[in-house]
Write a protein that binds this ligand. Structure first.
Ligand code: SF4
Length: 377
């Protein structure tokens, strides 16, 4: 139907071509896709893999996404909140140990107490991480759900470092029916796809590097849906993509739907990463921890398929049990102080190096900034 070798030379793809690439199963063909995605990643983004030190600040969530293990209605989870000092300590440790960027993640809350708590943490993190090595302080990625534009702006100001500021808000699927199936818990915090996309627009207007992403292998999802997800990445002009396999959680509301068989789900996830790289070019793509559930070296293999960002978990181990969005989450006992170094050895074994003390902004975002600076006043 398509000549794969010829197809992989292209930079502009039709939907039919994308669907063909996503559906590859033959090991030889998957290898060709992997090699081209790897070649383009290193050609466009360089040889480095960038760390974002993940701090899971709290598992309290006001939302009820049906696939999620920490949804509000799961009363089996012991809820926790890290204190301001605990969050700052982890951020400062990260900055002093070569992580130029951290990620603050938590369940979704929109109350003023939470909003100002994050603001205070950001201000203090900035103050305490400015150094000769990081003159603008540690970079921050926020992953705190749907908020108003005013809140995004407040947090951007508090970060004190807009040149290294990111937000991750995955839209999970561009198929409105699937989105509704995943999020159909009604109530005050009901999720609506259009609102999620509006949030991405607000984030862009506030100057964040915008990260989004989807779940791969959602029950009922087709290759065409995944192709449309990639088209949505283009439409929202994403700077970063973080996506992973759809994994079941026994404490969620969708257990009866099951999930794809592990091997097929793993290959489909890798194909999605590779094709996203081919279509989107010089953006950042994160290797999701969830891939590690499907294969012991899932994240490292994802680097071979086009990822260039990894998010080592720096949350204190005592909290990790409580932050399981899906079952069998790996790394619950990984020592945050040594994990990044062990991971570095595994990254190096794949011919790549870690960008210690480098913010690792996507080339796409940097080029957009340069263009803006060149515009006449
Ligand atoms: S996916 Fe996020 S917003 Fe939804 S229930 Fe889980 S933590 Fe809350």
């Amino acid at each position: 139907m398509f000549n794969l070798k010829e197809l992989l030379k292209k930079t502009d793809f039709t939907n039919e071509e994308i669907i063909f690439l996503l559906g590859l199963k033959d090991p030889e063909q998957c290898k060709l896709l992997q090699e081209e995605a790897y070649r383009r990643t290193t050609a466009l983004m360089g040889n480095k893999v960038y760390y974002r030190g993940l701090i899971e600040c709290s598992n309290i969530c006001t939302s009820n996404c049906r696939y999620c293990g920490i949804r509000k209605d799961n009363h089996q989870v012991r809820r926790y909140e890290m204190t301001k000092q605990e969050i700052i300590d982890q951020a400062v440790w990260a900055a002093r140990n070569g992580y130029a960027s951290i990620c603050l993640q938590a369940g979704e809350r929109r109350d003023e107490k939470f909003i100002s708590f994050i603001e205070e943490c950001l201000r203090e993190i900035h103050k305490q991480t400015v150094s000769d090595v990081l003159p603008d302080g540690v970079g921050v990625t926020l992953s705190l759900g749907e908020q108003t534009k005013e809140v995004y702006e407040r947090w951007a100001v508090a970060s004190g470092n807009r040149s290294n500021l990111r937000y991750l808000a995955r839209f999970e699927t561009s198929n409105a029916d699937l989105f509704s199936m995943l999020h159909s818990a009604k109530g005050k915090y009901e999720k609506i796809l259009d609102h999620r996309l509006e949030c991405l627009k607000y984030l862009k207007e506030c100057g964040y590097q915008v990260g989004t992403g989807v779940m791969i292998g959602i029950p009922g999802q087709t290759l065409k849906d995944l192709c449309m997800d990639i088209r949505m990445f283009q439409q929202v002009d994403a700077d970063m993509i973080g996506m992973g396999p759809y994994l079941m959680s026994e404490e969620a509301d969708l257990e009866s739907l099951g999930q794809m068989e592990n091997k097929a789900l793993f290959q489909l996830s890798l194909n999605m990463i590779a094709v996203t790289r081919l279509v989107m070019g010089n953006i950042n793509i994160a290797a999701a921890t969830a891939l590690q559930v499907l294969h012991p070296e899932g994240r490292e293999i994802a680097i071979e398929y086009g990822c260039n960002v990894i998010m080592p978990n720096l949350s204190p181990t005592k909290f990790r049990e409580g932050y399981q969005l899906y079952d069998h989450k790996p790394g619950l006992n990984d020592d945050p102080f040594h994990f990044g170094l062990h991971l570095e050895e595994r990254i190096q074994s794949r011919g790549r190096e870690v960008g210690w003390n480098e913010s690792g902004s996507s080339r796409k975002w940097l080029m957009k900034q340069e263009k803006q600076e060149q515009l006449p006043c």
